[in-house]
Design a binder for this molecule. Structure first.
Ligand code: ADQ
Length: 462
């Protein structure tokens, strides 16, 4: 069995399972089986560090070697805050208006990818297979190839790939897309993302489409395919019944025994459609008075990237929207919106999912959205909640039995929430059964195994 090397911006210790999450656990089990290596940023910022330099730290976590590199303040700010989260994240989520095309960022992005390649190269052995994750590291394979790496290298993009004309707004789009051709396999979340790649490759890069899924350009051939990421269904089910999950469920059920609960859970991010959701909830209360004094929206938004300007603007907008809904509609004994700007411990989340009657997963754009899948896995099949899902989440391609909404349409979304709250039990059960089956069939183990099988089968075709 080939040794697996995983490279991602952040590295998690898979032994700390419940804190690390399903993805770390799934990758951890593949790394453990092959005695693998996980490489990435250490999380440490060296205030006066030299750009392009960083100390390498290695330690063992069971059979897995964790190797991490520190970043200088200048590299962190241009690579992570600047190019990754100020250019690629907004553009890939179709938000050209929020992109900050500061000319200095790209240098830091390239410098850190070169630093990672230099530090990683001596750790790679012949026959290793390399799996690189996400938009922070698009050019890493090209940098490794420049240093002579001939191993199989795969890339998975966790966020959406926009249509060619949006992508083309990035001044370095040609270089970025050319970098993808240093991989043997490129994986996307959805068929839509794959279609955007295919259109870009053929129109802008004049790639030749070979047999299904293979593209040839820049003297290299790569395979591109959709591998929708899944969750560890058994892990979520077990957390639902474990002490913390059960305690959360019982406490919330008792506290809100006279209320019907709607739930939103995400990182606080403009891609998640939070203001639009709150406006729809306000419409619901305005149009259907039967929900006054009876329905509560619990909105959990964990802090995220707070030093990026557009995120602090969003925080203020949300606080003001929640304040005005509560001020206009609240009663002494009923708050329509409970907004919590904090992280909820992973082991408690499933209990919260289970107590909610409706989950509102309504991003404006999302690569996949695992909250939607976790909500399904945490339900009681005998009395399941209803999933309201944005048609612009990657998950919507698979979860067709959810109530699909357009998050830009506040009136339509208010109607759908009303419909969800009135849905008869047999319909809820039938929809949930189909959704659970799909979430189970395409779980995180399926995702990991199918990507790695495809990567192993791909050859380096120069
Ligand atoms: P994210 O944008 O972070 O991930 P998502 O997939 O919804 O989005 O969440 C990832 C994990 O974070 C989930 O396991 C969820 O439980 C947890 N989480 C979210 N909010 C939380 C909160 N407030 N408290 C505690 N835990 C919380 C990116 C892409 C997604 C893609 C994933 C995986 O943006 O589209 O689905 O990667 O590929």
């Amino acid at each position: 069995m080939a040794r697996l090397v995983v490279i991602s911006n952040r590295v998690a210790d898979p032994r700390k399972a419940t804190a690390a999450g399903g993805l770390a656990v799934a990758l951890g089990s593949a790394l453990n089986a092959s005695g693998g290596l996980w490489f990435g940023w250490s999380g440490t910022i060296v205030e006066d560090g030299a750009p392009g330099e960083g100390e390498l730290h290695t330690h063992q976590a069971g059979r897995i070697t964790l190797a991490t590199v520190d970043l200088s303040r200048e590299d962190h700010d241009s690579y992570y805050l600047g190019y990754s989260n100020g250019v690629l994240w907004p553009v890939f989520h179709y938000r050209l208006d929020l992109a900050d095309f500061d000319a200095g960022y790209i240098d830091g992005y390239r410098r850190v990818n070169q630093l990672f390649a230099r530090k990683l190269m001596p750790l790679i052995r012949p026959g290793d297979i390399l799996w690189i994750h996400d938009y922070h590291l698009i050019p890493l394979a090209a940098e490794l190839r420049a240093l002579g790496c001939t191993n199989h290298i795969g890339f998975f993009l966790h966020i959406p790939l926009p249509p060619p004309l949006i992508l083309a707004a990035i001044p370095q789009h040609e270089w970025l897309m050319r970098s993808l051709f240093s991989y043997d396999l490129v994986g996307f979340q959805s068929e839509t993302d794959l279609m955007h790649f295919s259109r870009y490759a053929q129109k802008e890069a004049h790639a030749e489409m070979l047999d299904t899924g293979h593209f040839r350009a820049f003297n290299r051939t790569l395979r591109a395919e959709a591998f929708p990421i899944g969750i560890d269904v058994d892990e979520i089910a077990a957390l639902t019944h474990a002490d913390d999950g059960r305690e959360m469920f019982e406490r919330m059920r008792d506290e809100y025994s006279r209320r019907r609960l709607l739930l939103g859970v995400e990182r606080l991010d403009y891609s998640k459609g939070l203001p639009q959701r709150l406006k729809a909830f306000r419409k619901l209360l305005g149009k259907y008075p039967e929900h006054l004094n009876s329905t509560t929206l619990i909105q959990i938004a964990s802090p995220s990237r707070e030093t990026v300007g557009s995120y602090s603007d969003l925080l203020r907008e949300l606080e003001s929207l929640c304040g005005s809904i509560n001020g206009d509609y609240g009663e002494l004994d009923w708050m329509p919106v409970r907004y919590i700007h904090r992280n909820v411990a992973r082991k408690r989340l499933p209990g919260l999912y289970r107590v909610a009657e409706v989950a509102l997963v309504t991003p404006l754009r999302d690569g996949m959205n695992l909250v939607a899948k976790e909500f399904i896995a945490a339900q009681d099949p005998a009395n399941p909640g209803v999933l309201i899902l944005s048609r612009f989440a990657g998950a919507a391609e698979q979860l067709q039995e959810a109530l699909l909404v357009n998050p830009y349409d506040a009136d339509g979304m208010a109607e759908t929430i009303h419909q969800a709250l009135r849905m008869p039990l047999p319909e809820r059960q039938a929809r949930h059964q189909q959704l659970l089956q799909r979430v189970r069939n395409f779980d995180v183990h399926w995702w990991r195994n199918s990507f790695l099988e495809a990567l192993q089968a791909s050859g380096t075709k120069d």
